[in-house]
Design a binder for this molecule. Structure first.
Ligand SMILES: [Mg+2]
Length: 127
């Protein structure tokens, strides 16, 4: 199944329940953020490396992470559907931009954060 198929599954889920009338892009962005918060909550106050190990040993816990991650993806797909854009195309475009911003020879093996706004202001053609 490709991403556009998942977008169709999302569209059908919303349409079958007649929920579109309750949704704006703002609502869907808020929902996506809330779901990302639910994902993050699973990790709250845990030691990251210990929790990674625990996730490999605890299928029920991993299932919770899978569910919340899927909720986030649902939100992203719903936003794309609502605004009528191809999320796969948008993602590929974003990855191309990230490849330029985080050049392998400059960042490999380094923990770095390159500010997007600053980078875009210096690379106007990428907007
Ligand atoms: Mg959730």
């Amino acid at each position: 199944m490709e991403l556009k198929d998942l977008q169709n599954v999302t569209r059908n889920f919303i349409n079958d329940r007649d929920w579109r009338k309750f949704q704006t892009a703002k609502d869907l962005a808020e929902d996506t953020s809330v779901e990302a918060g639910e994902l993050l909550e699973l990790f709250l106050w845990k030691n990251g490396k210990e929790f990674d190990s625990l996730l490999k040993e605890d299928p029920a816990l991993l299932k919770k992470v899978k569910n919340e991650t899927s909720d986030v993806l649902f939100g992203c797909l719903a936003i794309a559907d609502h605004l009528n854009f191809d999320l796969e195309e948008a993602f590929i475009s974003k990855m191309e931009q990230l490849n330029k911003r985080y050049k392998i020879d400059e960042v490999k093996g380094k923990s770095v954060k390159i500010d997007e706004k600053e980078w875009l202001s210096n690379n106007v053609d990428e907007n």
